[in-house]
Design a protein around this ligand. Structure first.
Ligand SMILES: Nc1ncnc2c1ncn2[C@@H]1O[C@H](COP(=O)(O)OP(=O)(O)O)[C@@H](O)[C@H]1O
Ligand SMILES: [Mg+2]
Length: 258
């Protein structure tokens, strides 16, 4: 469903060009949930932007559903950490925003938004404003906005990083539920090893900048809510930790700080 073929991306930069990705290759199957983890600045966000079509590769090719992405695609969503909510619009209106932009009818908007708010547990808050919601609720609202669009590719850039630990686990459970219900292809960028192992059927470990895929860890047992408490979960976390450490030591001595 999502295919990076030897993708390199160099930003022009202000004084010197910055190579963010170098021969980055990754294939994500239809309906597969993948987690991306790597040192900060290694090109994780860049890889998501390439998949949306908001950025084009300097070399190589990015394909979604078999077609090169050279412009933003309707069925691809990108969720960011800062929610992107409009404070002067209600919860309902915020959730309907993407539908308004795409000129869905009022009736269709109502059906879709009600369903999406229900799925994220915000039905009772439709008339409130983002400022009246907690951080966790605001992120659920951002999710609802995307769910209303019926996307088939869900890209998430550290969507839960701003939340505290307890809230975060609840939201991770919600992300798992939504993926199970909707069956979209999912790429989740995260700094958290536990989050990657809870939500990624494969965990892709990137090298320091310029980012390349260094290790892919299979995690076939993901997909249940009690996975966190199991020995397999713990072992997989250890594998990811080791892979990340190997990356850090490989890059020691270079001028780049992770
Ligand atoms: N618009 C830009 N212009 C120049 N350099 C950029 C730009 N965006 C990102 N970079 C640089 O590219 C590298 C990768 O960035 P990014 O994809 O945001 O990394 P990550 O998400 O893994 O932290 C970083 O070194 C960053 O400073
Ligand atoms: Mg980033």
């Amino acid at each position: 469903m999502l295919n990076y073929e030897n993708v390199s991306l160099t930003y022009p930069g202000t004084s010197t060009p910055v190579k963010a990705l170098d021969r980055y290759s990754l294939t994500v199957a239809k309906g597969e949930p993948v987690a991306l983890i790597g040192p900060s600045g290694c090109g994780k966000s860049t890889s998501l932007l390439l998949a949306t079509g908001l950025l084009s590769p300097s070399e190589g090719e990015v394909l979604v559903d078999g077609k090169p992405v050279n412009k933003p695609r309707r069925e691809t969503a990108l969720i960011l950490q800062d929610f992107g909510l409009l404070p002067w619009k209600t919860v309902f209106e915020n959730a309907a925003l993407g539908l308004c932009i795409r000129r869905f009818s009022k009736a269709e908007r109502k059906t879709r938004v009600e369903r999406a708010l229900e799925q994220v547990g915000l039905s009772d808050f439709a008339k409130m404003y983002p400022g009246e919601l907690s951080g966790g609720m605001r992120q659920r609202l951002a999710l609802a906005r995307t769910l209303a669009l019926d996307v088939d590719v869900m890209l998430m850039d550290e969507p839960l990083s701003a939340l505290d630990a307890m809230l975060r686990e609840g939201l991770q459970d919600l992300l798992l539920t939504l993926w199970q219900q909707r069956g979209y292809t999912q790429v989740l960028v995260t700094h958290s090893i536990e989050e990657a192992v809870f939500l990624g059927r494969r965990i892709v470990v990137l090298s320091p900048r310029p980012g390349r895929v260094m290790t892919i860890i299979d995690n076939p047992k993901m997909g249940t809510f009690d996975y966190r408490g199991t020995e397999g979960f713990y072992r997989t976390c250890q594998l990811v930790r080791k892979a990340l450490k190997a990356e850090t030591s490989r890059s020691e001595g270079s001028s780049h700080g992770a």
